[in-house]
Design a protein around this ligand. Sequence first.
Ligand code: IPM
Ligand code: MG
Length: 368
Amino acid sequence: MTTYKICLLPGDGIGPEIIAEGVKVLDAIGQRFDIEFEYTEELIGGIAIDETGCALPEATLKTAKDSDAVLLAAVGGYKWDTTDPTKPRPEQGLLGIRKELGLYTNLRPVQIFDALSGASTLKPEIIDGVDLMIVRELTGGLYFGARERFYDEAGAGMNGAIGQRAYDTLEYREYEIERIARQAFEAARKRRGRVHSVDKANVLETSRLWREIVHRVHDADYPDIELEDILVDNCAMQLINRPADFDVLVTENMFGDILSDEAAQISGSLGMLASASLGDGTALYEPSHGSAPDIAGQGIANPLAQILSVEMMLRYSFDMQDAADSIRSAIIRVLDEGWRTGDIADASTPKDRIVGTERMGNLIVANL
Ligand code: IPM
Ligand code: MG
């Protein structure tokens, strides 16, 4: 029997609640497909800061590197929110593990589940047929550039002659753009063969480099793919104007962060958006949403983005397409039967069909 080692990182907020449902699904898949998933749970984020003083402890990184895949839930919470640059932040755990595992490709698929077409704030005819993939560069750009906060006279503000200044740096290297462009074109080849490259080339030098390199890779190796440049502000608008026209969107780290939250809303809820972070080694799978501290511990969080992350793990790390398909079909069946967590319920949802986190997980397992 094949055994896969999975590193579990529940993190903060609703993290422990939703990851439990992901594991339940993985176990059920293991039984049906005769695979053993062996779990090691580690600390990351706020809970890791509380217990070890560091958002990404050495032990976590080691287990992650020694595993066949990492399943992460979410990090962050009010308790650790600070603007003090000397204090540790939960997000450093997430950014640290992305960087240390070399996870430069972040895939965020946005699909419409027919049963949820009423959950979107957009009109049904606008979201009809939406099936897009955001390919977000994940280990470069503003998130990882040089940054500093310091005092000087030029920065003087309302507190006196000496004021604070701060900067972040947006930097990209040719090879970083090349490899993410390749990932986008490869993804498009397995889809509808269209790529929108999102940038701000009318203003930013990094974007002009981005555009040049994306086209060079395209012309050399992917002339069969339809490539279009789009400015990020226009893209934000077109995403809610004609979302069904997009296939693959490739973009730098920060633009991808913002656009993926926007794109999630097309599908009705951020609670439905999974992601896969891939590099050259162990891959990591996580929901695109955060730790939702406002509803943590109440058992009402939507576990579907976590379960869809498990689906992506089976596809990308273990090439178990049938198992992945069975998860997707189970989710579709459960939604078609009318079951909803609070975030995807609407006025027409009967009260007795609104379920909590655990019940939703059980329903998916029962329908596998
Ligand atoms: C995401 C999240 C993270 C990001 C945060 C939690 C650091 O918003 O995965 O989209 O900005 O990348
Ligand atoms: Mg985000």
